[in-house]
Design a protein around this ligand. Structure first.
Ligand code: CA
Length: 233
């Protein structure tokens, strides 16, 4: 397939790292070191996807994004630093398709790229039902879960809990509701079993199971899916 990726990044070592990694994934990589060059290359190269750093010399990433969007639907993944949270949202409003926060792992970047490609490409033929939250990806069609693009093996109960909670980000679910969703109503009375599943699930998907960001406890009730994560789809 050899998709063309334009990497716009003024820090040369980061750019080179990304380039080498993506090339090892059989992608064709083009580089731009500032916003002006980026806009030129968008016209000449016509990339299939743009990885766009926010803070750039000459023309910043926000403006590049805006200008690209005037005449093209090329998917854009914005790259931001941690202290640019607000700009991140703005980037999405300007039409970026996803964002990734520095520092990020190349694996995480790869997962985002795959997800963006899946969303942009397979819309026509066979749109897969995928939920993406940060580095977590739930593929509902294939019943598969990925962290940083890496497959995670979940039991059917763990999977059902994850799917139920992530359906409504931030909405609290009681243990009974989760139990009903996983095992069915006849298991009423076994609500505490949910805690075991949740504990195992956290070990598999949370960066730090002691401080969960995805599956959060709602004291006195049950659990919710972290409201920090709005589904990308
Ligand atoms: Ca920069």
């Amino acid at each position: 397939m050899n998709e063309k990726i334009l990497v716009v990044e003024d820090e040369e070592n980061i750019r080179t790292n990304i380039k080498e990694y993506l090339e090892s994934r059989q992608l064709k990589v083009y580089e731009a070191g500032d916003g002006e060059q980026a806009l030129e290359m968008v016209d000449t190269v016509k990339p299939d996807l743009i990885i766009l750093d926010l803070m750039l010399p000459k023309i910043d990433g926000m403006e590049v994004c805006k200008q690209v969007r005037r005449h093209s639907n090329t998917p854009i993944i914005m790259v931001t630093a941690r202290n640019e949270e607000i700009d991140k949202l703005l980037g999405l409003e300007l039409g970026a398709d996803d964002y990734i926060t520095k520092p990020f792992s190349l694996r995480e970047l790869n997962a985002r790229i795959n997800a963006v490609f899946r969303r942009s490409k397979h819309v026509v033929d066979n749109q897969e039902d995928v939920r993406i939250f940060g580095n977590l990806e739930i593929n509902l069609d294939r019943r598969e879960v990925f962290i940083d693009g890496k497959h995670v093996d979940l039991t059917p109960s763990e999977y059902a809990i994850l799917v139920t909670l992530s359906e409504n980000v931030g909405r609290p679910y009681s243990r009974l509701q989760l139990l009903t969703a996983t095992l069915g109503e006849s298991y009423a009375g076994y609500e505490r079993a949910i805690d075991t599943h949740v504990s195992n699930l956290r070990k598999k998907i949370e960066p730090n199971p002691q401080k969960p960001i995805f599956i959060q406890t709602v004291y006195g009730l049950g659990y919710k899916f972290g409201d920090k994560y709005e589904a990308v789809d």
